[in-house]
Structures are given as C-alpha cells and as structure tokens.
Ligand binder design. Structure first.
Ligand SMILES: CC(C)(COP(=O)(O)OP(=O)(O)OC[C@H]1O[C@@H](n2cnc3c(N)ncnc32)[C@H](O)[C@@H]1OP(=O)(O)O)[C@@H](O)C(=O)NCCC(=O)NCCS
Length: 409
C-alpha cells in the first residue's frame, strides 16, 4: 500500500474513489451538493494505492483560517474527502493516511487541524475531539412574538434595539460579493468560525448560500448602507427555512430573526444552524416557543503542538494549571504549566504534580471553550487530581461566547 499526494491529473480518480467510498455517483449541482468537491486543493490531497496500482482510499485537506477565543486568527488544515473503499476497510488504510496528514500539517507549521466527522466514532483515536456544536431551532409563527418592544434597546447598554439599518431582499444570484464580505467580517469575531476562501464562493462550492442554489437573501445594511448581515432562506409547505443567519452584531441578528419570524404565509420558521448560546429564545414572549433539535457535533479539533496552541488563543480569566497530556496516536506525552495573566498565556514543560490528566482529543474539545472540562471530568475522560481543579479549568478555558462553526466542508 502506498500513500501518495495527488496532482491535478488525479482529479477524476480522486473524485471517483471518494464517491465509491460513500456509495455515491457523481451528481449534478442541484441544491449545493454536486459541487462539494470542486474547491478541492489537489496538491493537498492523498490517494492510497494498492501494490498493483488500484486506488482504494482518499484523504484531503483545505487551507483555512480558524478564529480562536479572543479573536485570534490562525492557519489550519480542514480534513475532508476521507474515504476507503468498502473492499479495503479495517485494514489500516485510514490510519496510514491520518499519520501522513498530521506529519504534513506539522511540516506546514500548523499547530492544529480540524474536521467534520461523518460518524462520531471514527476520529477520537486520531486525537480529534468535538469542539463546536450546532442545532436546529424551530419556531411556530403563532408563538413568535418578541417580548422586547422594538424601542427598548439603547446604544449605551449595547442591547439589540431597533437598529438604524434596513433590509433589502435579493435573490441569491443578485448578491454579487456581498455575502462573502459579510461572512468574512463575521467569522473574524466568532470563535470556532472558519474562513471561506474566495474560490469557494466563486465556484459555488458548498451548501447554500455558498452555492448558487435558488434562495432568497435578506441583506441587512447599516445606516450608511454597508451590508452587515444576511439571512439566506427558502420557503416551502408553510415553512421558512433559514440556511444561515450571519450578523456582525446582535442588533443585526435580531433584525434578521424578526424579518424571518414576521414573514407572511408561513406557519413555522426553521433556523438550521444555531449556537447553544443563541439569545433568540430569551427575546421571544414565550420562552418555550423555540424547539431545539438535531443537536450535533460540528467542528472537531486536533492539537499538534500543545504549548503553541494554548499560547495562541485569548484568555479571559487569570490562573494556573498543570496539564498532563497524552497523545497516543503520535506517541507523545507532555506535562505543561499553563499560566494565564492579563489575557495572555504562557505554557512551559514542568515536572510539577498535575492538576488535570487528559487525552489530547479532550484538550481539543475544551480548547475553543465549547465543552467545559468539568463535563469531561464527570464523563470520566479527564482526571482531576485536586478539588477545584475542574472548576478552575472551566473558568480558564471559557470563551467570550460559545464557539460556533457553520461552514460545511
Ligand atoms: C471511515 C473510514 C474512512 C475508515 O477507514 P478504514 O481504512 O477502515 O480505517 P482503519 O482500518 O484505519 O481503522 C482504524 C480504526 O478505526 C476503527 N474505525 C474506522 N472507521 C470506523 C467506523 N466507521 N466505525 C467504527 N470504527 C471505525 C477501526 O475499527 C479501527 O479500529 P482498531 O484500530 O481498533 O482496529 C471508512 O470506513 C469509510 O470510508 N467509511 C465511509 C465514508 C466515511 O464515513 N468517511 C469519513 C468521512 S468524515
């Protein structure tokens, strides 16, 4: 078995092998699905080939930027296109591709990688942990009244008030580069968000609104007419489905939610991607009007260099912790003293007694602030060696808001 990098000449064999691994046939770009591979970076993909030259496995990577807590932007690889033919599974093909990939990510100087998992049982063994979560929120129109009068919010409290902006309704095809620009502003301030490279938008490679599938888009503009948010949606069978709401501040998010919830000829509104700390249910008169569903993992994080990872994110609480981190897949083990002062961390090797012992996949899960260390202590994943260690870790690893990612790749 040989694992080799691909070139542009391998595109057809790469895509065919991947389709076969997923049991799919090449599709036409209908609702954003058919073009999902077109942004692929052929110089970053791998092909597993048998001794007699048959391709049996694929693993790819996209070049992204990830936003960490504290609005730190870092380069990362987004693992994608992972598949092994059903005839060659459970023989270590994926394991070999993962080893090769992680070595290459390190060689690029990256200290973390990310992926979306088709099945949650696959990637923990390779050091990845679920780090952001998302859910669907369904609100019946008849329960969608807002509790706050429109005039209540004021600028000095930063509460989302009436706003001074406007909403323009566009068809997806009329949006030009507005969505790309708004998304880019949003993702820079949202922990857990990934960049969406220009090529994706230009090729329509992805789910709506990245793809040019038929959609309406409510574009929010500020008082100067500058776009600062959008909601991309479709209507059918009395349901208004919002693919994604992107807002550069809370007042814009509120205006777009109102727009969706006040739409005529609609019995319910489905917001497809909502973070766990979404304020909408607090804004409605009926706290129980919104029903969360399809709660699921989204971005998985794999740390490749613990000290660099910990010193690169922003921190909001001072403190000191000794972390004993095991990385069985890479055959590594390290004990680090993490010291946070005034929003900055230092992380150095130590032989002090540990406060917490954990697997690198669990450190990936808590890294963006979306999973509390104490949850993983209670789950039996993380071992706390002294009272108070888990609570201190919860405070230390918290982020300014729940990390959220809605980019699909
Ligand atoms: C997931 C997939 C790539 C795994 O490839 P593979 O070559 O069979 O994986 P490996 O042989 O290297 O497996 C390594 C270990 O992971 C386990 N594993 C791998 N895939 C698993 C799965 N889907 N469910 C449970 N365990 C799995 C194996 O049992 C093995 O465990 P072991 O080390 O205890 O023996 C392959 O099953 C596949 O192509 N599935 C369909 C497409 C897909 O889901 N791709 C992932 C996209 S995110």
């Amino acid at each position: 078995m040989e694992i080799r990098p691909t070139t542009d000449q391998d595109l057809d064999v790469y895509v065919d092998t991947l389709h076969a691994a997923f049991g799919l046939f090449p599709e036409t770009p209908a609702d954003g699905g058919g073009l999902w591979w077109s942004a692929t970076e052929m110089d970053r993909n791998l092909l597993a080939v048998t001794a007699d030259g048959r391709p049996v496995g694929t693993a790819g990577a996209y070049t992204f930027e990830l936003t960490l807590p504290g609005e730190a932007l870092v380069p990362t690889s987004g693992v994608t296109g992972v598949g092994v033919l059903p005839s060659h599974r459970r023989q270590g093909v994926l394991t070999a591709m993962m080893q090769r990939q992680l070595a290459e990510f390190r060689a690029r100087g990256e200290f973390l990688s990310v992926l979306l998992a088709s099945e949650a049982v696959i990637y923990r063994r390779f050091g990845y942990g679920p780090a952001t979560y998302t859910q669907r929120l369904t609100v019946p129109r008849h329960q969608a009244a807002f509790a706050l009068p429109r005039a209540r919010g004021t600028a000095d409290t930063a509460a989302p008030g009436p706003g001074t902006g406007s909403i323009e309704l566009l068809r997806r095809a009329e949006c030009g580069e507005i969505l790309e620009a708004v998304y880019d502003r949003y993702r820079r301030a949202q922990p857990g968000a990934l960049s969406r490279p220009h090529r994706w938008w230009a090729l329509g490679a992805g789910r709506p609104p990245v793809s040019s599938a038929s959609r309406y888009v409510a574009v929010h503009r500020d008082a100067d007419g500058v776009p600062d948010g959008y909601a991309c949606y479709s209507l059918g069978d009395g349901t208004l489905t919002v693919d994604e709401t992107i807002a550069t501040d809370d007042a814009v998010a509120t205006a777009l939610a109102r727009f969706a919830l006040e739409h005529d000829l609609v019995s319910q509104v489905v917001f497809k991607h909502v973070p766990s700390d979404h304020p909408l249910r607090w804004q409605l008169a009926d706290f129980n009007a919104g029903e969360g569903s399809s709660s699921t993992d989204w971005l998985w994080v794999r740390l490749l260099d613990v000290p660099r990872a910990l010193t690169s994110r922003g921190w909001f609480v001072d403190g000191e912790l000794v972390l004993d981190v095991d990385d069985p897949f890479l055959g590594q083990h390290g004990r680090y003293l993490l010291t946070v002062r005034d929003g900055k961390a230092e992380c150095v090797p130590t032989d002090r007694e540990p406060d917490l012992s954990l697997d690198v996949s669990d450190l990936g899960s808590v890294y963006l602030g979306g999973t509390t260390p104490s949850t993983l202590v209670r789950a039996g994943h993380i071992r706390a060696h002294r009272p108070g260690a888990a609570a201190l870790a919860d405070a230390l690893f918290s982020a300014e808001r729940a990390p959220h990612c809605l980019h699909w790749f």
